[in-house]
Design a protein around this ligand. Structure first.
Ligand SMILES: Cc1cc2nc3c(=O)[nH]c(=O)nc-3n(C[C@H](O)[C@H](O)[C@H](O)COP(=O)(O)OP(=O)(O)OC[C@H]3O[C@@H](n4cnc5c(N)ncnc54)[C@H](O)[C@@H]3O)c2cc1C
Length: 499
């Protein structure tokens, strides 16, 4: 019988996290790795979200890898197709395709404590790996609410992240459910073509103008000829966002003046006081993600749009019914209802050293050491793990910090030699999370008077990093061995690691 394939590192996912990990592994001289991707192409978020109007909320020169600058970004805020093309380009430039296994969904991973390795079952076969780097994405598995009657709705239903491009929306009566980051991009994109649009809004978002423009040929030529100008641009974009962090994390009251700007943005487009009242949030700006759009409010003011300030509660035949009793007959329902975030789906597919799944270990809420490693799951780390999200800046900065940590983790294993594994100590995980949650107490995400997808069902914020990206960069520069237990193959002894 053929030997089961074994690799040093198995990376799961080929979005920014997985591709970034692949490049970093190469840079570290690790070539014995695979990238397991359930879809048929790279791109993650930017492959799956192809809805009309899909674009990034962070300027392109910051929302890209520091090691793969792109002087030719066409707009200040890139659209989905450009970011997807960028990731395809990165895949080719760094010659990553030979490592990627497409159509390979990871079904289960089990820690083998004898051999100190992960046994991995995928939809295209099985393999084992010394180390698993899970980059399955924080916003990767769409969440559709369990609405009574949905199953018998006779029309078209889809989620924003699984857009059905074959369905012609022209002239249709459409229900858009949700008013989050995706919905506010979709609404102005489809409003001109649909017959009637009914927007179900449980909570209104704060929306700031989006200052988007084409990047001129002169700017692009300058960035190509003098790469430091693109770096300076990135630095400026990063610095501005870094300076905003204190207001979010320590002084939420300072955000009051931003609310005035957002209200002005609304007042410019919405003249009807009743509609303005419906659209005005009653919580502190920043508590939920601040959204950027200069076209959302103008679209809502159009005569073919109805805003229902209430959640969708029931579907009766082709009639959608809101919690406040209002009804509309529709041909299609589009869910812009977000993703499984605090219940990370991959956690159900990882069985650790104690025979329980990561989902079971995280029953009381997700927590990891430095956003990467959970106790009892040796040599397994997450890119964009618990409390690594950002409310105001580029997630690529956090991903690159976690890649530094990954690289040092592998280096430490090399230095330790032999068959070894590192398992985060429960005490270290607890200490890290106590610090994170202590800092969280004063933040706008916890004190701003809203519920959001940042919070888990118990109200704990397990998604956002309550500090600057610089602080996170520092915290993930190196692996502190005293935070880990060293595991040796049974022939050798289980040893305590002293730093
Ligand atoms: C619409 C939208 C807009 C966004 N805008 C911004 C923004 O403006 N700024 C910002 O910083 N962030 C934004 N984000 C967040 C964005 O998700 C991150 O910035 C980043 O793209 C995440 O990269 P990732 O590689 O971690 O995850 P993803 O891009 O989600 O990639 C995960 C990959 O893992 C694969 N995968 C998942 N499970 C399995 C499995 N079991 N087996 C094999 N493969 C699997 C998926 O198919 C996917 O390809 C946005 C997200 C969305 C959805």
């Amino acid at each position: 019988m053929a030997e089961r394939e074994h690799v040093r590192v198995a990376v799961i996912g080929s979005g920014f996290g997985g591709l970034g990990a692949a490049v970093r592994l190469r840079r570290e001289g690790v070539t014995d790795f695979v990238v397991l991707e359930r879809a048929g192409s790279v791109g993650g978020t930017w492959r799956d979200n192809s809805y009309p109007g899909c674009a990034c909320d962070v300027p392109s020169h910051l929302y890209s890898f520091s090691f793969a600058p792109h002087p030719d970004w066409p707009r200040t805020f890139s659209g989905q197709e450009h970011i997807r093309a960028y990731l395809e380009h990165v895949t080719d430039v760094f010659h990553l395709r030979p490592h990627i296994r497409f159509d390979s969904e990871v079904k289960m991973m089990t820690w083998d404590g004898e051999k100190l390795r992960w046994e991995i079952e995928t939809s295209s076969g099985s393999l084992s790996a010394d180390v698993v780097v899970s980059a399955t994405g924080p916003l990767s598995d769409p969440k559709v609410p369990d609405v009574p009657g949905l199953d018998s709705f006779p029309g078209k239903v889809f989620h924003s992240a699984r857009w059905d491009h074959d369905y012609d929306l022209r002239g249709k009566r459409v229900a858009m459910v949700g008013t989050g980051a995706s919905a506010i991009q979709i609404v102005p994109a489809i409003q001109p073509e649909v017959g009637r649009l009914t927007l179900f809004q449980r909570t209104p978002p704060w929306v700031m103008p989006r200052v988007d423009r084409a990047i001129s040929g002169v700017e692009r030529a300058l960035h190509r000829a003098l790469p430091f100008t693109a770096q300076a641009r990135r630095g400026l974009l990063w610095g501005i966002r870094e300076l905003q962090v204190q207001a979010f994390t320590k002084h939420p009251n300072e955000l009051g003046f931003v609310e005035q700007l957002a209200k002005r943005n609304m007042a410019r487009a919405i003249k009807d006081p009743a509609l303005r009242a419906k659209l005005t949030p009653d919580y502190r700006i920043g508590c939920k993600r601040i959204l950027l759009s200069s076209t959302y409010y103008p679209a809502l003011a159009r005569p073919n749009v109805d805003v229902v300030a209430s959640g969708l509660s029931e579907i009766r035949g082709s009639t959608v019914v809101a919690a406040d009793g209002s009804e509309a007959e529709v041909d299609a329902i589009i869910f812009g209802t977000g993703f499984h975030v605090t219940d990370m789906p991959i956690a159900e597919r990882v069985v650790g050293a104690e025979g329980r799944t990561l989902a079971e270990a995280w029953k009381g809420g997700m927590e990891s050491l430095r956003g990467a490693c959970a106790a009892g799951f040796p040599n397994w780390m997450t890119i964009i793990g618990p409390n690594t999200g950002l409310g105001n800046s580029s997630m690529i900065l956090m991903i690159e910090s976690q890649l530094n940590y990954m690289a040092d983790f592998l280096r430490q294993l090399d230095v330790l030699g032999g068959r070894a594994a590192l398992d985060a100590r429960t005490s270290a995980v607890d200490a890290w999370n106590t610090r994170v949650q202590e800092r969280m107490k004063r933040t706008v995400w916890n004190t701003g008077g809203c519920t959001s997808w940042y919070l888990d069902p118990s109200g704990r914020n397990t998604t956002i990093w309550p500090g600057t990206t610089t602080e996170f960069r520092r915290a993930t520069r190196q692996v502190d061995l005293s935070e880990y237990e060293l595991l040796r193959a049974p022939a050798e002894q289980k040893t305590e690691v002293d730093a």
